[in-house]
Design a protein. Structure first.
Lengths: 305, 305
């Protein structure tokens, strides 16, 4: 209990405290309590005006059940919903799994592994929009670099990447993994570095190497981190607007939209803001359990620390 | 005695053979892992660099070469960059103004995120204001609803307040979404700084604001740099809010100007990519400059325990 410090002990016992003021200011002096309030007020104002109020306003905009009936009857919406689920299930998990494996490669010793890491992080350091436009152009069936490469190197006529639903969706997923895998790899590298080397040494004495070392030490220690990362990444990716927008812009024929894209399209291109809000709000039944899971997990993590 | 010695020698010989054998196996295995690592490294470099290579390649193309099949510019020239720098094309007439606006946007987001985030974290984590945990939880709640989902009500509200085509509307939204992460990281990082330092200053009669400036901020420097970099990258990566809120040519930032290119009939890809390359440079420089701090910041947030 380093927190109970000399000051609190040396303060004269003020008898029974009473009144709301004394209760609120707790261990702080009056002027200090005012300072403490002044320090949190800027954030609370930002939160209230730019987060809480828009949320309430959004819920109000999307409160009419008729909107959801309209969505349910819309084939584009159903398709979008399926896309979003595929996107989350495949892109997020594949990215996380690959990042986890690659982090094992990047903790190997050697200068060239470090040099490689610098190159590998490049997709994340370069801003999103320029690179995604570049990917879009690269995937052009006629003039794009990818098909040119396939032709020059292997003599293959590549497909028109963005003209078929499945290949286009696959391209979005690949671009997403390209952009965001480095970030999570770096997090896993930090996680692996945090494992005490004594554990591995003890395991080596007991004869555990390779796969067994991974199964019995690395994975159990990183499982919580992996789980939290997957949750966080899922939450971030539900609202991913830019990737599908810039890679395919919904093409071919609105078959590769995700919820965020369709919401913006309904609100702005079709000038029906309420329908747009309803489109994105329909993801809440998925979001709320995810966030509750995450908060619980973070709390247990905090206790473990 | 001799019997034992002979036995001992024989045992030594067999263990020698065993050792030799296992050394050979180990060497072969190391050889194979090295080949595997080399193949993986080459694949990773190609994967990471290809879209960025494509961006630079198209930027080096001359106008007539863009729509030809090639994997290396036939007549590489820096002409497109010259056009962008001198604003020599009608789509680029406000390029430097737009670039300045992007810089201002990122600078303000960094400054406000750091100020508001460190204020709140100081109050909750160091002054330990009563019910401070509520602030932290509020902050986490921001991530329940993805930014792209809030975009529609946010746009509506900004339109009502007459904040359309106003950079501050975007700055406010970005600060609202980066500060929760900042508060979280600052609080985590703050735990590594002994609270006794604050208390010693308090005994000497320092007010909370003096402690904030003289004790807290200097010791938090690494976390401040990490979050500053994070906020800068976030501002540079952000697309949707700028896309929705900044539509007039006189108010838009570089990414929106690049997307405007896409919608034009002629799509001068070489100018677009040259713009993209110039736009991508600042975050790359900042990221690689502060990479060490970034890792420290991320580790503090994600991987303790």
């Amino acid at each position: 209990m380093a927190n109970v410090s000399a000051i609190q002990l040396s303060r004269p016992l003020a008898g029974r405290r009473h009144g709301l003021w004394d209760y609120l200011r707790g261990h702080l002096k009056g002027s200090e309590y005012l300072w403490a309030l002044a320090f949190v007020v800027p954030y609370l104002v930002v939160f209230a005006v730019f987060v809480a109020y828009p949320i309430v306003y959004g819920l109000w905009m999307g409160h009419d059940p008729a909107l959801y009936k309209e969505l349910w009857a819309d084939p584009v919406y159903m398709n979008t919903l399926v896309n979003t689920l595929i996107y989350l299930a495949v892109a997020v998990n594949l990215k996380m799994f690959l990042a986890f494996l690659l982090s094992g490669f990047f903790v190997r010793p050697g200068w060239w592994v470090k040099a490689l890491l610098i190159v590998f992080v490049l997709p994340w350091a370069v801003p999103l929009l320029p690179t995604f436009i570049s990917v879009h152009w690269m995937l052009d069936g006629q003039w794009g670099l990818l098909n040119n490469l396939l032709w020059e190197l292997f003599g293959i006529n590549g497909p028109f990447w963005l003209d078929s639903h499945w290949i286009a969706l696959g391209s979005i997923i690949a671009a997403y993994i390209w952009k965001f895998m480095p970030f999570w790899t770096v997090i896993f590298i930090a996680g692996r570095m945090a494992i005490a080397p004594e554990l591995y040494e003890a395991a080596a004495v007991d004869g555990a190497t390779g796969l067994r070392r991974f199964v019995h030490i690395t994975f159990p220690l990183l499982a919580t981190l992996y789980f939290v990362n997957t949750l966080l990444s899922t939450i971030f990716s539900v609202g991913d607007f830019a990737t599908p927008f810039l890679i395919t812009n919904g093409g071919p024929a609105l078959t590769t939209y995700t919820l965020a894209n369709l919401g913006i399209r309904n609100a702005f291109d079709l000038s029906d803001p309420n329908l747009g809000v309803a489109t994105v709000m329909s993801a809440l039944p998925l979001m709320i359990p995810l966030v509750i899971f995450l908060m619980r997990k973070l709390r247990t993590m905090a206790v473990e620390q | 005695m001799t019997v034992i010695a002979v036995e001992g020698r024989a045992r030594a010989r067999t263990t020698d053979a065993n050792v030799l054998h296992s050394v050979r196996v180990a060497r072969r295995r190391r050889y194979l892992t090295n080949i595997g690592a080399a193949v993986l490294s080459v694949a990773l470099v190609i994967w990471s660099v290809l879209p960025i290579y494509n961006m630079i390649m198209v930027a080096l193309d001359s106008h007539s070469d863009v729509l030809t099949t090639h994997i290396f510019p036939p007549h590489p020239s820096l002409y497109s960059f010259w056009i962008v720098i001198t604003e020599g094309y009608w789509y680029l007439e406000y390029f430097w103004e737009q670039f300045g606006r992007s810089v201002f946007l990122a600078g303000m987001v960094v400054l406000l995120t750091l100020t508001i985030g460190s204020f709140a974290a100081y109050s909750v984590g160091r002054l330990r204001v009563r019910h401070g945990w509520l602030v932290t939880n509020c902050a986490l709640l921001t991530y329940v609803i993805p930014a792209s989902f809030l975009a529609i009500p946010y746009y509506r509200l900004m339109a009502q307040y007459g904040m359309m085509n106003n950079l501050w509307a975007v700055i406010a939204a970005l600060v609202a979404f980066t500060s929760p992460y900042a508060i979280f990281i600052f609080q985590q990082y703050g735990r590594s700084i002994p609270i006794e330092l604050d208390e010693a200053a308090r005994i000497d009669g320092a007010s909370p604001i003096q402690i904030y400036f003289r004790v807290y901020l200097p010791l938090m420097a690494p976390a401040l740099v990490a979050i500053g970099t994070f906020a800068m990258l976030a501002a540079w990566n952000e697309f949707l809010y700028q896309f929705l809120l900044l539509s007039s040519k006189k108010s838009m930032t570089v990414p929106i100007a690049i997307v405007q290119f896409l919608n034009s009939d002629e799509s001068p890809w070489n100018y677009m990519m040259a713009t993209a390359v110039i736009y991508a440079l600042p975050p790359v420089v900042v990221y690689y400059g502060f990479r060490k701090y970034m890792a420290a910041g991320l580790t503090m947030g994600g991987v303790k325990g």
